[in-house]
Design a protein. Structure first.
Length: 104
C-alpha cells in the first residue's frame, strides 16, 4: 500500500496524468444555418447551440489552463488559441447569418 501511495504522489509531482485527473475535451462546433433561407426555428436552435458551445468551450479553456499550469513540454497554448479562435469565428459567422435572416 505504501508503494502505491508513493507512486501516486510521485506521478502527481511529475505531472503525469492519473485516472483522477480530468481530460480536457473540446465539443464539436454547431452547424450555423444559412440565414437567407433558414426558418426561424432553425435560427433559434442554432443560437441556443452556439450559446452551449461557447459555454463548453470556455470550460475547455479553463480546463486547459488548470491542467497545464506550471507544466512544460506540451504546447497546450496552441490548443487554447485554436479553440478561442474557432469560438470567435463561429460567433461572427452566426451574427452574419442572423443579419441575413433579419434582412429578409
Amino acid at each position: 500500500m505504501r508503494k502505491l501511495t508513493a507512486l501516486a504522489v510521485l506521478a502527481l509531482a511529475l505531472g503525469i496524468p492519473t485516472a483522477s485527473q480530468a481530460d480536457c475535451v473540446l465539443s464539436a462546433p454547431p452547424v450555423i444555418p444559412d440565414g437567407a433561407t433558414a426558418p426561424e426555428a432553425d435560427m433559434v436552435a442554432a443560437q441556443q447551440a452556439l450559446r452551449t458551445y461557447v459555454t463548453e468551450t470556455q470550460e475547455y479553456l479553463a480546463c486547459l489552463e488548470n491542467e497545464n499550469r506550471g507544466r512544460a513540454g506540451r504546447d497546450w497554448t496552441r490548443d487554447y488559441n485554436e479553440a478561442s479562435s474557432q469560438m470567435e469565428k463561429l460567433a461572427s459567422d452566426f451574427n452574419k447569418q442572423l443579419r441575413a435572416f433579419k434582412s429578409r
